[in-house]
Design a protein around this ligand. Sequence first.
Ligand code: ARG
Length: 457
Amino acid sequence: MSDKKLWAGRFNEPTDAFVEAFTASVEFDQKLAHFDIDGSIAHATMLATRNILSGEEGDLIIDGLERIRSKIADGEFEWSVELEDVHMNIEAALTADIGEAGKKLHTGRSRNDQVATDVRLWMRHEIDLILKELKRFQTALLNLAEKEIDTILPGFTHLQTAQPITFGHHMMAWFEMLNRDAGRLADCRQRMNVMPLGAAALAGTTYPIDRHQTAELLGFDKPAENSLDAVSDRDFAIEFASAASILMMHLSRMSEELIIWSSAQFAFITLSDSFCTGSSIMPQKKNPDVPELIRGKSARVFGHLMSLLTLMKSQPLAYNKDNQEDKEPLFDVVDTLKGSLKVFADMVPAISCNHDNMRAATLKGFATATDLADYLVRKGIAFRDAHEIVGKSVAFCVEKRCDLADLTLDELKQFSNVIEEDVFDVLTLEGSVAARNHIGGTAPAQVRAAISRARGN
Ligand code: ARG
């Protein structure tokens, strides 16, 4: 291999040593190697089909690239910063291996369409893995929801006791959030699955290429319509980071609830020891580090979304070197997201509910006050008046330090004479949740139906 750079035909001076390292991306973009080789094999196959390369040259290139792939997989490939990036490292190694034919691989393409293709191939693969992990997490939620379908806990608004709900219903709320996340990722995957290759540097190429063939070989839905757009835009990466940010925001909310619920003050759930850590000074501590860390990790994903947006803004058409900066944020978004989803999928089946604590907490805070108001409405009182009557009853209970269900019929009657013995049915927690019996409601019957719909039964 000569010391000269692959692009240095017009250069008289060598690259400044610091600039060489400063502009290189191989330390991180080697992650794309497998996809770079897939792209090159498809490109070489197409060049040979179109007689731009001979069949023999095409075969030499493809065999050589497969040898390089194995070397990389075995950790035996020597990456060189002097060769700047993953693309030129692989091309130089190919030429060193097979000679003249290796120099023909780059016919009719540029690193600009090459890198845009690689990133899309990599991201498509990663989205598929993320969607699988998301599904595993959702299945864990369905199982937990089913197991705790009748478990009652307080539902909150403003983190103040609002109305009784079932734990199964709460888990299904998380399930729905994740369903939309999966939809966003699938949508992003579909919009992204368009092939830049053939756009070459920016304007297309003079060779009689067949972009439909390459697109088909690489599993893209179609070739990109416009060469300038194909090499320059990274909106698909921004879209992915934004779907990832929304998903991390959801994981952060779920984490927050797990943290609150596992505190000594709430003690609604117990997290498995294998997902908690201790304190080096306080022997009694069992800290919910894993959900805390995921709550914290949402910050870096949001940050990467901002980086990518800022990276793209103001860039004139077409490719600019700025775009090399898309990789590290994207790689970190993927690693963070996959790790967080894996942890949740593994942690959720090991959550155990402390039923007595949940029940005791629901009995505090007048969770069935709305049920009493609805009862009065059914007896002919207007809702606004019913609200006032129950408000007065609650004030009485606060004074007496008891719950609505602890009042005698006579005590309740002083607030409204329509109240009869049957009021006690609506004041029970079970009665309260069972009464919210319509699609989307917290009644166990409805949660059971929701789980069954979610399972596709
Ligand atoms: N390493 C570059 C990137 O990540 C590859 C494309 C380089 N193209 C160029 N014209 N310098 O974007």
